[in-house]
Design a protein around this ligand. Structure first.
Ligand code: C2O
Ligand code: CU
Ligand code: CU
Length: 565
């Protein structure tokens, strides 16, 4: 009997369900709270398919790391320990923080080293996430399972009558999909054949008959999900990526794109003893232009879930908890967004197909501003405290979820019209449909640093890796000496540091002198050396911000700032 069931479930490893399919219990990630957090990146084995375990990777667990719970106003310290054989980075998606704490492609964590960023949590209560962001490796490392949720709480959200019993009536859902090869291993591919909800195939969960809050994240490499329920019930969007909406918005379908988060409320009051499925109604997506709507029958984008409806989560509704929320609140807050008239400038960003670019890319790549990402090139210098409109025009045949680091923005228009009500909140990812224009407004307050850039990119990891990314620094234009292209030949880690500061130069560069200079420009320490890779002991210099200046055999200098704890 058991083996028959196993065979059956092996055959039904796809997200689409038949009546006889076997469900697996949804995994709820552990939580970590407080102000100090330890994340260890490891290779893991995942028992997800019958037979051979799947080699995966994760922080602290088998697949998809712990949920970090932060309070607005707290200073959080994170210890990220990379116990894998690959360099990685950890980006705190949506957080407003200093660029060197951001965990983008510049904050590399080499194998068996650690990184210790810290900052004051300044974001409003909402659902955020963390994930690897290594240049050209985002798809591969996210595909392995590295990532996790961040829940920010604040006093305004806490005062509202919302469900917040984690794992009971407040349930995080990371949506993604994977393809498995014949030996149960993940295939690195933009689209998977099997839906994974919190890393679980054919997920089901028992929930109380009351108002449920789902924190939905599109953690997929590429796919968008058109979310709805099998009984076509109405549900209520209460947050966008970066905070609460002013009022809850009733919907029966919610299209979510890679990188986006929405929290929704689903009223199951009085429904004990029934079941309902949360579904992706992707058969209703256009067959071109929205990720997951296509119906490829062959090639690298072919997948079982393309242009189909499939299950995300089977809900088994049981007795209410007794203390649960039973009505959906309408009024949630009063956001104040910057008015278009306060913008100092408008930046025009183009999205186009790369066809015709000389031989670097495959036929399916897309680009921003007609150029490929170059880690040594800064696209924009944003003056500190500037309020700006970013106007993104997509001339291509495919829609892209555009993401910006550092800020939460407000969408002014989608193709000339106001954004739909459920997008009228703070966001950090916005879908730019094919042949349309999207404009958002954001204020770039705090954290001027002309040496360390923030990124903007398409959140489809494949596109990002292929070069659909740019970067900006906040603060004044760097002087000649702070040459980003030159500095990008130097890797510095860990940053912040407590003692040793390691540098790693591009192949062929030999450093002969290192100087540590404090923020007032006063020389603190100098060392003569002769190496491409080295380390300097900076423990005795004390807490603060410093610059390291390396000089090579030809007299060229490389400068970066670092923080000492
Ligand atoms: Cu979630 Cu730059 O990324
Ligand atoms: Cu981000
Ligand atoms: Cu894209």
């Amino acid at each position: 009997m058991m083996s028959k069931l196993r065979t059956l479930s092996a055959l039904l490893c796809f997200g689409a369900l038949t009546a006889s399919a076997q469900y697996n219990t949804l995994r709820i990630p552990d939580t970590l709270s407080g102000t100090t957090f330890n994340l260890t990146a490891r290779d893991t084995f995942l028992n997800i398919m019958p037979g051979t375990p799947t080699i995966a990777g994760s922080f602290n667990s088998d697949f998809w790391g712990p949920t970090l719970i932060w309070n607005k106003g707290d200073i959080v310290h994170i210890n990220v320990d990379n116990q894998t054989a690959d360099t990685t980075t950890v980006h705190w998606h949506g957080m407003h923080l200093p660029a060197i704490m951001d965990g983008g492609p510049h904050q590399t964590i080499p194998p068996y080293t650690s990184w210790h960023p810290y900052w004051k949590v300044d974001n409003n209560a909402a659902t955020f996430w963390y994930h690897p962001h290594l240049d050209m490796k985002a798809e591969e490392q996210m595909n392995m399972g590295f990532g996790g949720f961040i829940i920010v709480r604040d006093s305004a959200e806490s005062a509202l009558p919302l469900p917040r019993k984690y794992g009971v009536d407040d349930i995080p859902l990371a949506l993604t999909d994977r393809r498995f090869d014949a030996s149960n291993q993940f295939v690195i591919a933009p689209y998977g054949d099997s839906m994974l909800t919190n890393g679980v195939l054919r997920a089901q969960y028992s929930v109380p008959a009351q108002v449920l809050r789902f924190r939905i994240l599109d953690a997929a490499i590429e796919r968008s999900y058109n979310i709805g329920f099998s009984d076509n019930r109405t549900f209520y969007v209460i947050t966008t990526d970066g905070g609460l909406l002013d009022t809850s918005v009733a919907l029966t379908r919610l299209l979510i794109h890679a990188g986006e988060r929405y929290e929704i409320l689903v009223n199951c009051t009085g429904q004990s003893g029934t079941t309902v499925n949360m579904m992706a109604y992707n058969s209703t997506l256009p067959t071109g232009g929205v990720a997951g709507g296509e119906n490829f029958t062959g090639g690298p984008f072919a997948n079982y879930l393309g242009h189909r409806d499939f299950n995300i989560l089977h809900l088994v509704i049981g007795a209410a908890t007794g203390t649960g929320v039973t009505t959906v609140p309408h009024s949630l807050g009063a956001n104040v967004f910057p008015a278009a008239s306060t913008a100092a400038l408008t930046r025009n960003i183009s999205i186009s197909d790369s066809t015709g670019l000389p031989g670097i890319l495959g036929p399916n790549a897309f680009i921003l501003n007609h150029r490929l990402f170059n880690i040594g090139y800064i696209d924009y210098h944003v003056p500190l405290d500037n309020t700006e409109i970013w106007s993104i025009t997509n001339s291509g045949a495919f829609g892209h979820p555009f993401h910006i680091h550092d800020v939460e923005f407000y969408v002014l228009s989608v193709n000339g019209a106001p954004a739909p009500a459920y997008q009228q909140g703070w966001k950090d990812v916005i879908f730019v449909p094919s042949h349309q224009n999207v404009q958002f407004i954001a204020r770039f307050a705090d954290y001027a640093d002309s040496l360390h850039p923030y990124m903007f990119h398409c959140h489809i990891a494949l596109h990002e890796d292929e070069g659909m990314m740019g970067q900006f620094v906040v603060g004044n234009a760097p002087s000649g000496i702070m040459n980003i292209a030159q500095n990008s030949k130097m890797k510095l880690f860990p940053n912040p540091t407590k003692g040793m500061l390691h540098f790693e130069m591009e192949q062929g560069i030999t450093i002969v002198h290192a100087a540590i200079i404090n923020i007032r420009g006063i020389l603190q320490k100098e060392v003569d050396l002769h190496t491409g890779n080295g380390a300097i002991d900076v423990a005795s210099l004390g807490y603060g911000q410093y610059f390291i200046r390396l000089t090579d055999e030809e007299g060229r200098t490389y400068i970066k700032s670092y923080l000492a704890e």
